[in-house]
Design a protein around this ligand. Sequence first.
Ligand code: NAD
Ligand code: MG
Length: 394
Amino acid sequence: MISITVLGATGSIGVSTLDVLARHPEQYLVYALTANRDVERLTEQVVQFNPRYAVMADSSSAERLVGKLASLDVDTEVLSGVEGLERVSSAAEVDYVMAAIVGAAGLMPTLAAARAGKRVLLANKEALVMSGHLFMEEVKANGAELLPIDSEHNAIFQSMPQNFVSGLEKVGVNKILLTASGGPFRTMPIDQLHDVTPDQACAHPNWEMGRKISVDSATMMNKGLEVIEACWLFHTSPELIQVVVHPESVIHSMVQYNDGSVLAQLGNPDMRTPIAHALAWPDRISSGVENLDLFAIAQLNFEQPDLDRFPCLRLAYEAISTGGTAPSILNAANEVAVDAFLGKQIRFTQIPQLIESVLTEISVTAADSLDQVLAADSEARACATERVSAEVQR
Ligand code: NAD
Ligand code: MG
């Protein structure tokens, strides 16, 4: 039996993961489930999977969970806080860790899993964007296995040669073609973007996801974060990553070889496919996803990304080219900006403006230590929060 911890079990990726795990009870055992504050949903999941541990992000939610579980017939132990998360990510009994917390909050437990040499199923792209160099070093030094869950990176992984370790040129690859749906505002007249609401931004045409990544898809910051993620995962530079807008989200990304071959991975837009792939790799298991019906799809389209419409994508390319703590600053400013937009404190079009102003304000340093990464993160958050307050008072 493979024993697995699901970080962020109550979210979109967490729920899809549990759906796949429930199809293979003879293969996988749930060791721990974690959530931020959604005690109700975690209670239901604990009853269904009977894990050894359940972890809530804060102690008052943990107390509520203990109260709920007391009347039920389960022997799950409740932990809380970052210590609790790190403990269930690194415990000796754990084989795999699904890293599906959203945002910088996932960094420490995801890093703990890498340090403990686990198979890390990485959905939490923000952790890698912030700490890329360090994270990859920890994976290597501790013999961890890093398998991408992000559908594009999972597709790239599947389209790369089996023997790929590093150096695209050594395996005859000259470009990674990273597909993007273009989100809900791909064709909206640009002057209307000023007035879009959080609910419009979260209504993604192809994927059902958490609210933060949905807004990131609408600004295309998600693709920007994915460019950075791909640079680290595939040891490459941003010039070798071409974003291709593909509104149908059927091709999940492609790899272009020197002989003119382009290898792609296709599938219905359902995260259970990359989740099942990473769980079973190098084997294959069923995921619950329907077979692809090419006759129903009939047509696939491709476009260049429009950097005037989506300045966040340009900012992300600039941040990874700058290097050091620039991606951490970008990520932190984006988290604050998205939160402020979801809370109706700033407009959609102010998201890239706010991020750019924070990137201009804060000095970039090397990102060789966790302290440097965390310092950049908190400095950028403070600066972005100040800008939001100034905006609210205007
Ligand atoms: P979500 O908002 O639906 O779920 C987030 C999970 O993290 C929840 O379980 C929540 O309780 C937990 N969480 C939130 N804040 C926390 C905190 N401070 N401490 C501890 N736990 C916390 O998000 P999602 O859509 O499932 O995305 C999760 C991650 O996966 C993100 O990094 C996202 O970019 C990535 N991802 C998601 C999708 C998708 O289809 N949803 C696709 C690719 C990548
Ligand atoms: Mg993706």
